[in-house]
Design a protein around this ligand. Sequence first.
Ligand SMILES: *[C@@H]1O[C@H](CO)[C@@H](O)[C@H](O)[C@H]1NC(C)=O
Ligand SMILES: *[C@@H]1O[C@H](CO)[C@@H](O)[C@H](O)[C@H]1NC(C)=O
Ligand SMILES: *[C@@H]1O[C@H](CO)[C@@H](O)[C@H](O)[C@H]1NC(C)=O
Ligand SMILES: *[C@@H]1O[C@H](CO)[C@@H](O)[C@H](O)[C@H]1NC(C)=O
Length: 769
Amino acid sequence: MMNSMIFKCVLLMVLSCRYTIAETKTEYPKKNTYIIHMDKFNMPSSFNDHLQWYDSSLKAVSESAEMLYTYKHVAHGFSTKLTAQEAELLANQPGILSVIPEVRYELHTTRTPEFLGLAEKTSTHAISSDKQSEVIVGVLDTGVWPELKSFDDTGLGPVPSSWKGTCETGNNFNSSNCNKKLVGARFFAKGYEAAFGPIDLKTESKSPRDDDGHGSHTSTTAAGSVVSGASLFGYASGTARGMAPQARVAVYKVCWIGGCFTSDIAAAIDRAIEDGVNVLSMSIGGSVTDYSRDIIAIGTFAATAHGILVSNSAGNSGPSEASVSNVAPWITTVGAGTIDRDFPAYITLGNGKKYAGVSLYNGKLPSNSAVPLVYAGNVSSLSSGRLCTKDSLISSKVSGKIVVCERGGNPRVEKSLVVKKAGGIGMILANTAEYGEELVADSFLIPAAALGQKESNEVKKYAASTPNPTVKIEFGGTHLGVQPSPVVAAFSSRGPNLLTPKILKPDLIAPGVNILAGWTGAVGPTGLSVDKRHVSFNIVSGTSMSCPHVSGLAALLKGAHPEWSPAAIRSALMTTSYTSYKNGQSIKDVATGLPATPFDYGAGHVDPVAALDPGLVYDATVDDYLSFFCALNYTSSQIKLATRRVYTCSKRKTYRVEDLNYPSFAVPFDTSSGIGGGSNAPTTVQYKRTLTNMGTPPAIYKVSVSSKSPSVKIVVEPEILSFKEVNEKKGYTVTFTASSMPSGTNSFAFLQWSDGKHNVTSPIAFSWT
Ligand SMILES: *[C@@H]1O[C@H](CO)[C@@H](O)[C@H](O)[C@H]1NC(C)=O
Ligand SMILES: *[C@@H]1O[C@H](CO)[C@@H](O)[C@H](O)[C@H]1NC(C)=O
Ligand SMILES: *[C@@H]1O[C@H](CO)[C@@H](O)[C@H](O)[C@H]1NC(C)=O
Ligand SMILES: *[C@@H]1O[C@H](CO)[C@@H](O)[C@H](O)[C@H]1NC(C)=O
């Protein structure tokens, strides 16, 4: 049986995807990889050690099954390949907590330091680079291209003594590829090979080497060294550097051409904890399932419990509502915004109208004069022709013309190849309503430009209005100072949080559109096999790109405040982020052109300089997360699965998700049961929070609430908190009294504590469901 599967974007990068995998083997009966959690606290006394116990449990159901990995921190247990029947048998053995089938996940910068206010002076002044260089950022991704200048270790001191990791040897990679910047590199392929068979060494390296580009991009964004004269074909030229240029990088390759498998991800997190990373960056798509069965949630919990801040991408499924993934409350979930840089391309129609799009094309122009224009939907043999899908265009109608192709369906750069193959000489990539005015720049192989929805409609209208439409494309290089910026990217995944509606996600946004950072030498900037160009830097977009910005900034904060917990660092990043432009207008959503909301940007856009000195933080410990599980009515065995801890919720205590010490507020009102609606009586709910003073005492903070919501009354008690010591904690309650509103209504407010010097701001999102 030949089963051809086309995977969707495997990385949370809004780039072209070239993951076309032909599955030729079928095994009978089919075996899949499972992750087995054992009950560490109940190992029968007949066993001497855990490995022996695992082995015996496994052998009881399958003679041939071998362990892929054993886990220590993420789970107490192992992974192995089993038939469905064997898995069921195993689940019923004594001492087995769960048998979870493996999931395949999708992986979901010159300008950004300036855009974030991290110009050279500010950062060196505020953050001692000695301390920054003690911080190690672990990146779970597609590996690394170690020859990049971004991994130059000139000027860095010795590798921190806390580091216990290593540089693994494999194809095209050995220990000499690591240095004082790239301090560790490992690869995890057992789950991948269990699913797809042995890695084809002709197409990918069985080693930490990056054959894709994504991992080199994310790791250099987080902590790449300073490289002057960086650009992509002259676009975005300048000095490139990661957010924490003194911090160290350790890469964990878990994503392969066929995807990222949870057995590999769990093993990598396990090792990263053991190795001693301080920050973990994961631009990998997760699911939104019960925390006790979600390997990313379980793994990141273990990391957080070890004091590691975990930053995850929110996903590229926007602008649909409730599309955010990686929602566990110990994760920092990052959405994407634009920066103030653009790569304009000008489209002049035969009627004299001129429109601005974007492009990273750097080749020759087809002609200096106007050429014929056609709409793909009218020169195609297929109904999907308007998208310029493979072999859909009729050569005789396309030859020598510029073709309007609609965005969506197949990868953007692939469309330009389809046009080229049919004899077309250029392309206009037309946004549809789904993408609005969001423009993502690509290094097309033919003259081409991306155009917003409104202007695309004008171009199509013009093409239909005249028998011989013509067009001219010109390219404008790099343009800085684009306003307004940031705007929320259309692709950035949105709240509300479907799994736990009382926790607001995403947490914040960071730059994720048209980001310049390091690239692999194995493939060209488009990732297409026909693209033979080689670049050290590439410009790509996605929440995959915004996530490592926050990882790097978290490393800056960790360097400045080594004693801060992951929750304190996240709180500082969130409560100091901003939600409006300098002129006071709210940050916009490019998908609608309207003001964005906390469901789009969480607490707002990250402001790292302010985050260094947040005044107060909302801290949280493992105990707080255990109480959170009690509030979700988790059983002891579910808690054990999620946290590897034996914990029994007290019968006498009231646990409430509302009281998890989170830096933002999500307040859902259930209209169906009459709460906050149905009956006309107002509903009252209370949330509790605790603030910790991180600033210089004494400090007196006053609360203020800005509400755009006439339907909810907000009362904070007490209204003044005074702190006499560093690390002193003070609690408060917020009472929300809501009138009834129709189901589907959302409204928003902000709660701010201020001492005149520090603003500690939390978003509030109300929803009537
Ligand atoms: C690592 O690879 C390089 C380049 O192939 C080679 O020169 C070097 O000897 C290798 N080092 C080790 C330790 O194997
Ligand atoms: C496509 O073809 C139809 C039918 O000939 C025509 O009415 C329409 O205007 C064309 N549209 C464009 C955008 O060229
Ligand atoms: C947990 O159980 C309590 C008591 O049965 C119930 O009131 C509460 O709504 C439940 N919470 C959740 C999140 O299901
Ligand atoms: C704090 O926020 C207020 C508005 O609520 C603003 O006027 C003030 O400038 C802010 N202060 C700082 C230090 O950002």
